[in-house]
Design a binder for this molecule. Sequence first.
Ligand SMILES: [Mn+2]
Length: 436
Amino acid sequence: MVKILHLSDTHMGGGFSHGRINPETGLNTRLEDFTLALKRCVDSALEQKVDLVLFGGDAFPTATPPPYIQQAFASEFCRLATANIPTVLLVGNHDQHAQGGGGASLCIYRTLGVPGFIVGDTLTTHRIDTKGGPIQIITLPWLTRSTLLTRPETQGLSMKEVSELLLDRLRVALEGEIRKLDSTIPTVLLAHLMTDTARYGAERFLAVGKGFTVPMAILARDCFDYIALGHVHKYQEVCKSPLAIYAGSIERVDFSEEKEEKGYLLLDVQKGQATATFCPLPARIFKTVEVDLTKQADPQMALLSAIEREEITEKVIRLLYKLRADQVEDIDSKALGKALAAAHSCTIQPQIVSQLSRPRLPELGVDSARSPLSALQTYLNNREDLSALAPDILAAAQGLLNQDPHGDKAIVAPDLAEDFESESPEEDEEHQLRLL
Ligand SMILES: [Mn+2]
């Protein structure tokens, strides 16, 4: 029986906007969070004395991470090499430079000949002799069209046709690997991809338009005892037989992962059988605070008391609030910053609700073809509060319509403009009139 630790999507160096600089180290606190999460995975591999570590890809957000971030990643994985734990590092989409053509950051481990380290940047089978016995790992890195197709083959094809061609090639190439397998020892497929049975996590946003989906039916072969997946940040089981699991990311990369549990997997794999245990990691908590202020008489007070109701200490906070245009000046952002000071970091996103989104008058529906003047007349008929002004408004509108558009005459007679300001009962209605 081979004891395996499966982790994935470390994205070291990502999500810096949710952190701050730690004055003691000079590092972004989110890098420290991600490093700590990775450290906990490696600690567990050592404590549990696993026979093998499988990394599902996407080590960094880009293929060219700054040296200090590569170092943070390397110094944790290096502990596995020191402890003689074989480790397979799979290449994900974020790890590939120029869509596969420029190599992958992880290949440096092969170049350096780190003992026991295997880099999975091609579709191939690796036989590994572990303390728990021999095992074979098929590595399936993120596929790009250049992996399995040549340029002339894809010329003039649509994205959909290219994807179909790529899937055909994958079927054939995977079949080739399967036929070479030793049927007497356990087999794991380690793949970085999107399957059709996956529920999307952050990757929906991270990989928009870049990828394609591999049907689970292509992967779910009897010869696999376990399918270790990377790419989707939400931990999930996507197939029961054979068992196929996305380990998910080890820390929250962005707010799309707010409600997801983070962790890694410990597995016992033997020929014909795999059992998995999900081990949660204490990832930093992300919390969205949403407030609708549009009906509040004192928006600042309402906002402050909404913040006060939340436990925000050391959390990554996102404050979303809706307000009317005329309430903007009532918000004191300095006081908001003070109220949120206990948070680890915060993003404040006000949203001004348009006053024009009120229901239209039925008489002014889209299918009614009216002249501007009769539309205005209809509007005024519905506004009793403006009845005293109606003749002047209509006259002014007539004047505007008759006016030479390139002339330099005043747009609204000054006396009438004054009337608007003094007599409009509500500011937003005045606003609406001006836009009419
Ligand atoms: Mn990915």
